[in-house]
Ligand binder design. Structure first.
Ligand code: UDP
Length: 407
């Protein structure tokens, strides 16, 4: 059986794979330990599930640890997540204490033992308290929009951040004044995963039939955790405006993430807003429904990602890779992926989303052209090999004691 890297070769080119091997050579045998808050659900889990095996194939010894904590800890870390992304939230001394204690408990079961330890997002950030002394290198990988964080929370986190060797953000606008080197690395998708590989039409049609979605009428789709920052209610609003003039259906599909306790509440709000409308399909998917997500993205006339705040938005690259035009909220990492008027549109409101959706439904040839450009955009910038290359570069640079740069 072909290795993952060999299978990627025809898609990304010889040179890209050779470059990965060259960059991995000085790191061969080094232990790369990733730590995050959930094994399933959300973009970070999606990324780690693909990056860790490929790093191992490159001769590194990569592993992936996941925090275990109770609901209270994840309630607090979800409010940290929201506060970092700018939501005005009151955080109590008790919340900070829950966070610190949750991290201390985890440090008993998760030892920081990698030569490189990459801690993802705020949840495990305080594990740095137990870092080993030099030469271990610890990197904080922030996947969310930290451009306007809650001040008190940021001050609190800064005490931990200064103990890291480097930080990585997904876009230049997320970087913060920090005393440690920082790098900008956009996430990426694996073109060969079940989520993104080519599917035969009968499989796509079977998925639609299974959910009683009419394959003969245009479908608008948003795939996202049920999270207010993803604005599912705004998507329903936009859909209702579009439907005044265009026959279409809406698919809102999402699943739960074990570190996101707000999901059930938001899902209930979405179901209520959808009401009895037979053309709004609210689907709750299990975490491993990758081929289903793939089929739903492929069957869409237009994919929406109408986020109000977004880290990167892997769903955008996933849809572009499938040749779908994407209408995305002009926030976070979405403008890196959606080039306005080229492979989709950036929008600022439900009205804007409706206007652009209508345009795409009424001009299917333009939509097809945009879709083609989207494939190119992802091929050049957002395939996993580029993300791994950036990590390898940063590890090499960190070993060499380098300072910040944009890769
Ligand atoms: N996803 C999924 N099932 C769902 C909802 C989302 O598999 O029901 C996947 C989606 O395809 C993407 C990831 O979860 O790969 C979400 O990553 P993104 O960066 O878009 O958002 P996040 O959830 O990290 O904020």
């Amino acid at each position: 059986m072909k290795s993952g890297l060999d299978s990627l070769r025809p898609i990304v080119g010889e040179q890209t794979i050779d470059e990965l091997h060259a960059l991995a050579a000085p790191l061969r045998g080094k232990r790369i330990q990733h730590i995050n808050a959930t094994r399933v659900g959300g973009g970070v889990a999606e990324l780690l599930g693909r990056i860790v095996p490929l790093m191992n194939e490159l001769g590194l010894v990569a592993s992936w640890d996941v925090l275990s904590a109770d609901e209270e800890f994840f309630r607090v870390t979800k409010s940290f997540h929201n506060a970092i992304q700018g939501e005005a939230i009151e955080l109590s001394a008790g919340d900070y204490e829950v966070y610190v204690q949750g991290n201390r408990r985890n440090s008993e079961s998760i030892a920081l033992e990698g030569d490189f330890v990459i801690l993802h997002d705020p949840q495990p950030c305080a594990l740095i308290e137990r870092r080993k002394s030099h030469p271990q290198r610890c990197i904080w990988r922030c996947h969310i929009d930290a451009s306007h964080p809650h001040r008190g929370l940021w001050t609190f986190l800064s005490r931990y951040l200064r103990r890291y060797d480097a930080a990585i953000f997904s876009t230049p606008v997320f970087t913060r004044p920090l005393a440690i080197p920082q790098y900008v690395v956009a996430p990426a998708i694996d073109p060969l995963s079940d989520k993104n590989r080519t599917l035969e039409l009968p499989e796509v049609l079977a998925v639609l039939e299974g959910y009683r979605i009419d394959a003969a009428r245009p479908i608008l789709t948003q795939i996202s955790r049920f999270d207010r920052f993803k604005d599912p209610l705004g998507v329903i609003q936009a859909f209702r405006m579009v439907r005044e003039t265009n026959d279409c259906q809406l698919v809102l599909a999402g699943g739960a993430a074990s570190d996101d306790p707000e999901g059930a509440e938001v899902l209930a709000e979405v179901r209520e807003a959808a009401g009895e409308d037979p053309d709004i399909h609210v689907l709750e998917l299990p975490p491993d429904a990758h081929r289903t997500v793939n089929a739903l993205q492929r069957s869409a006339a237009v994919v929406l990602q109408k986020s109000l705040k977004e880290g990167f938005g892997l769903t955008v690259s996933e849809a572009l890779w499938k040749g779908r035009p994407v209408i995305g909220g002009a926030t976070g990492g979405i403008p890196l992926q959606v080039l306005d008027g080229i492979n989709g549109y950036l929008v600022y409101s439900a009205e804007g989303a409706a206007f652009r959706t209508r345009h795409l439904l009424n001009h299917p040839e333009a939509a097809v052209q945009m879709g083609r450009r989207g494939v190119d955009q992802v091929r050049q910038n957002f395939l996993l090999t580029r993300n791994i290359r950036d990590y390898l570069l940063i590890m090499n640079l960190t070993l060499a004691g380098a300072t910040s740069m944009t890769l």
